[in-house]
Design a protein around this ligand. Structure first.
Ligand SMILES: [Zn+2]
Length: 252
């Protein structure tokens, strides 16, 4: 059976010179693992021009032994990302993270649009990488089923306090009074009002607006580390593309 779908390539694993497996985040069929090999309309040139983080229209054949790519057309390859090794590395991390979180199967069409938006912003180059990374990671965690509860203190329901704490492992807020009363200070990090506002904005705002706010650099670096820590706690594994991105940033 043949079917068409639009998809971003999340992963690519070569088996030999003329065949590889692609993991696709599709607009309408979730995550698909497909065999891509040189055959028919897929010439060597077409084969070599399909990249991770590229957006394509695939014509796929579903057979007894899996799904094979029959033909592929380029929609947007975000080629200018290659002019910046750091932005390119971050786009590869977004794709790897999308693969792991996409396995939850939740909100995949929103997930695809968020990923495309983040890659497009990376290529455009008008927002700093750490800002795009923080917003993308937090929103992706939220729509993939790991949404932190940022509405109010878990114990007394106060919405705002001079000092609020956040548990990155379990994703809840605690006000200073309740943190003291419940002796639950271990593992909590203090959130400034600006940091809490930024996290609430990203988690609860409509998807199309989430990159439209400004954040002071001192809060951004704190939040970037905090949300990255949340990602690693949830996944419980190292992400190679994240390591590469961080090595490049630290080497600048
Ligand atoms: Zn409280």
């Amino acid at each position: 059976m043949n079917f068409k779908t639009k998809a971003v390539v999340l992963r690519c694993r070569s088996c030999s010179e003329d065949r590889k497996y692609l993991s696709l985040l599709t607009l309408d069929s979730g995550i698909l693992n497909v065999l891509f090999k040189i055959r028919g309309s897929i010439t060597k040139s077409v084969y070599c021009n399909v990249y991770v983080a590229g957006f394509y229209e695939f014509n796929l054949f579903r057979g007894r032994f899996g799904i094979i790519v029959d033909s592929v057309e380029n929609i947007e390859q975000f080629f200018k990302l290659r002019y910046s090794p750091i932005r390119f590395a971050l786009s590869q991390y977004f794709c790897e993270l999308s693969y792991f979180l996409g396995l939850s199967g939740r909100n995949l069409s929103r997930h695809l649009k968020l990923l495309l938006n983040a890659i497009w912003l990376l290529e455009k180059g008008c927002l700093c990488c750490e800002f795009i990374k923080f917003v993308f990671e937090l929103k992706l965690l939220s729509i993939s089923g790991y949404m932190p509860n940022l509405v109010c203190c878990k114990f007394c329901c106060s919405y705002e306090n001079d000092v609020m704490f956040f548990c990155a492992r379990q994703g809840f807020l605690v006000c200073a009074d309740c943190a003291n009363k419940n002796n639950k200070m271990a593992g909590l990090v203090e959130l400034s009002k600006a940091s809490l506002y930024a996290m609430r904005y990203v988690v609860y705002k409509e998807d199309r607006h989430i990159f439209k706010f400004k954040l002071d650099k001192k809060y951004l670096m704190f939040l970037s580390n905090l949300v990255e820590n949340m990602v690693l706690l949830y996944l419980e594994k190292d992400i190679i593309t994240l390591k590469i991105y961080k090595e490049l940033v630290e080497g600048v």
